[in-house]
Design a protein around this ligand. Structure first.
Ligand code: MN
Length: 287
């Protein structure tokens, strides 16, 4: 199985020198996949990263949430155009790195909206994701739309709502990306959404209720992993955790990472890899 780790567990920046350490720590914690936050693809040193990442033995994926200047839901058509351009650029970077998955909040600004999404805004998001999906399809890349809580988007907050949006997008290489942290806020339980989305589930984030050490919060992980096993999910499973000990100026503020949840990345990551592996193992034997 692909069991991965979000880059912000290791570092707030991803230049070539950082990446050498990030790759080494990802591997030493036991993971075989690294998810890069590519919120600002223009600042990413692709030339410098290519050799380090393609020779790393790790599967590479990328995630991002949109900023205000690239919000697909915006009435400003310039922002929508910039969203499409940014997503196109990230697809090209991923193709260059031999990656297969682009995920995250690609369809919306990662922010608390003060009103519901209008029909026009929704249509702009559908168009943005269609254009991204069509470009990604030419590169063999799957697009995962992350379902996040109400404080981070107004377009959809549950797997059921995301499935409706997915039908509107109507592209085969677009699927659902579930995250246990967000599910724990918005879903009725940790099983039904997985069963409902099973046919379209392409990516999973494993996060605790406070985004710290797995098992030290309130997320019902045994039920979630049992649902994954029941549906025979075989896609990437990626650990995501945030602390003010490792900071990305943009992402940490957007996600309201204000307090210290951990300071030893390697201890956290190795623990998370064991936790995920153990739960997967146990879930298979629960069936
Ligand atoms: Mn997530």
């Amino acid at each position: 199985m692909l069991i991965g780790c979000h880059g912000l567990v290791w570092s707030g920046s991803f230049g070539p020198q950082d990446l050498v350490r990030v790759v080494e720590q990802t591997r030493s914690a036991g993971f075989n996949l690294l998810e890069l936050p590519l919120l600002d693809p223009d600042s990413f040193d692709l030339e410098g990263a290519r050799e380090i990442l393609t020779g790393s033995g790790l599967t590479i994926t990328a995630s991002l949430g949109q900023g205000a200047d690239t919000d697909p839901l915006s009435e400003d058509t310039g922002a929508v155009d910039r969203a499409v351009a940014k997503l196109t650029r990230v697809v090209d970077i991923l193709a260059d790195l031999g990656s297969t998955h682009l995920v995250g909040v690609l369809y919306s600004q990662l922010a608390k909206y003060l009103e519901p999404a209008s029909a026009a805004a929704r249509a702009r998001a559908v168009s943005t994701i269609r254009q991204t999906a069509d470009h990604a399809a030419t590169k063999g890349i799957t697009v995962g739309l992350e379902v996040v809580n109400r404080y981070e988007t107004n377009l959809f907050n549950t797997a059921r709502e995301a499935l409706v949006f997915l039908d509107e997008v109507d592209r085969e290489n677009v699927g659902i990306h579930l995250d246990t942290y967000h599910m724990n806020i918005e879903e009725p339980n940790m099983v039904a959404p997985v069963l409902e989305a099973a046919e379209r589930l392409v990516y999973v984030h494993i996060g605790e209720s406070h985004r710290g050490y797995l098992g030290s919060g309130t997320v019902d992980f045994p039920s979630f992993f049992e649902a994954l096993a029941r549906t025979e999910y075989e896609g990437p499973i990626v650990f995501e955790s945030f602390s003010n000990a490792v900071v990305d100026e943009q992402l940490s503020r957007t996600l309201a990472v204000w307090r210290n949840m951990w300071s030893d990345s390697l201890d956290l990551g190795a623990h998370a890899h064991r936790f995920i592996s153990d739960h997967l193992h146990a879930a298979r034997h629960t069936l």
